[in-house]
Design a protein around this ligand. Structure first.
Ligand code: PLP
Length: 424
């Protein structure tokens, strides 16, 4: 039979993060001692209040409203409006099976080219490709921690003829761990307003901000044009629960009806017990606050530990301020890598996995040039449950403590260091 497949889907590759995760796990199964810095999943348990509420509601078997449980949507609106100064109303909040699916559906729904800062998360590009949408990575600089600058956005916007354009801004950022400064968000807002840009502000890491500044989202400065997405996968460690949400401003209410119809014709609704389980996270944040903040602080300690180690090894790396990622580069070793025949970040990651037993993701998966030796590091390869339990026992987190609680992170740095010294 001559099977014909939609070309846009047929040509998609498996998500790079899931691929490297599987490869690293397969190698571990074969007995290799792999330091897994490739996959960004929170290592901590789900807060107890959420687990209890899920158990109490496990009998809820009916389909529920496609947009989500009204109680949960109200709690989410109140939480985000109070915490970050937004102005979303609960009628325009949509619950989905992870924010990834909702971002995909929004990209599908909205006309216009999709712009993202480079580097950005691996899945935005394929979302645009599936819809045959023009995808435009925008240049950023190491000196600014790879944060999008208004001047670069302005240059790109001027080149687009479309009246409507979409920008996805992920803040705090996967892959860099950077957090946009309020002044930068204000400047970006002005460009967006001038050029008719709809912003999807991907704030899945909003509660994991451990830098010196408070976190602000662009919806505070550009409320009329910002759709904010978030969920429970990262700060609440519930990735497998598959619950995310999108918040649409009243000025873009025209999106609500087709979005709701899109949901009803695709995933129908998110599992009812899961929606109940998530409720305490936003309705009664005090119940989970300590847990979430301790996890955030541990992410900060792990990120800063790796940052210091990378600098000692000789890698360039912006200081992480949020999420659980770092984006170091091996450009200082470029000539030596080239002399070994390694000419792309992809080849570098393959060699590091094979020879140094460290799993990393190539910067090229995040829309950087192939021959720029950046890699994405996830700083979560440790026993989260144990570290969280012991966290309050430690009164300070010096190098010695970190070596003890993050043995694989430390080993990964040692392996990379020896590999560079012995092979390059
Ligand atoms: C930047 C970014 N956005 C969105 C997501 C998707 O999260 P969810 O589990 O809500 O689909 C992830 C998950 O890795 C992410 O890193």
């Amino acid at each position: 039979m001559n099977t014909r497949i939609n070309k846009q889907i047929f040509n998609l590759k498996e998500s790079a993060t899931l691929y490297i995760n599987q490869l690293a796990l397969d190698l571990r199964d074969k007995g290799q001692n792999i330091c897994h810095l490739g996959f960004g999943e929170s290592p901590f348990p789900v807060p107890k209040a959420m687990q209890d509420e899920l158990s109490n509601n496990v009998h809820k078997k009916h389909y529920i409203s496609g947009n989500g449980l009204p109680k949960l949507r109200k709690a989410i609106a109140k939480f985000f409006n109070n915490k970050f100064g937004y102005n979303y109303s609960y009628e325009n909040i949509f619950i989905g099976p992870g924010s990834k699916e909702l971002i995909f559906q929004l990209v599908y729904l909205l006309d216009g080219p999709l712009m993202v800062p480079a580097p950005s998360w691996v899945s935005y590009g394929p979302h645009a490709t599936i819809r045959s949408k023009k995808f435009i990575p925008i240049k950023t600089d190491f000196e600014n921690g790879y944060r999008l600058q208004a001047s670069e956005l302005e240059k790109i916007c001027k080149l687009q003829n479309n009246r409507q354009k979409i920008l996805i801004l992920n803040n705090p950022c996967n892959p860099t761990g950077s957090v946009h400064k309020p002044g930068e968000l204000k400047d970006i807002s002005e460009v967006c307003r001038k050029h008719g840009v709809i912003v999807i502000s991907d704030e899945i890491y909003a509660l994991i901000n451990f830098g010196n500044e408070i976190f602000e989202g662009i919806a505070k400065y550009y409320p009329e044009g910002t759709i904010t997405t978030s969920g429970v996968s990262k700060a609440f460690s519930a990735g497998g629960w598959r619950l995310g949400f999108a918040m649409i401003p009243k000025e873009l209410s025209i999106i609500a009806k087709p979005f709701s119809a899109f949901i009803s014709e695709t995933f129908s609704c998110v599992s009812a017990p899961i929606q109940h389980g998530v409720l305490p996270a936003f309705e009664n944040y005090e119940l989970v606050k300590n847990h979430v903040e301790n996890c955030r602080d541990i992410h900060g300690i792990a990120g800063n530990f790796l940052y210091k180690k990378f600098k000692e090894i000789g890698l360039n790396c912006p200081k992480p301020e949020g999420a659980f990622y770092l984006f170091p580069d091996f450009e200082n070793f470029k000539e030596l890598l080239n002399s070994r025949g390694i000419v792309s970040s992809n080849e570098l990651c393959k060699v590091l996995l094979k020879e140094a037993h460290v799993a990393l993701l190539p910067g090229s998966n995040f829309y950087m040039n192939e021959n720029f030796f950046a890699v994405r590091v996830a700083s979560v390869d440790y026993n989260g449950a144990k570290v969280l339990k012991d966290f309050l026992k430690y009164d300070k987190f010096n190098e010695e403590t970190c070596l003890k609680i993050f043995p694989n992170l430390s080993k990964a740095c040692d392996n990379i260091d020896s590999w560079l010294k012995n092979n390059v």
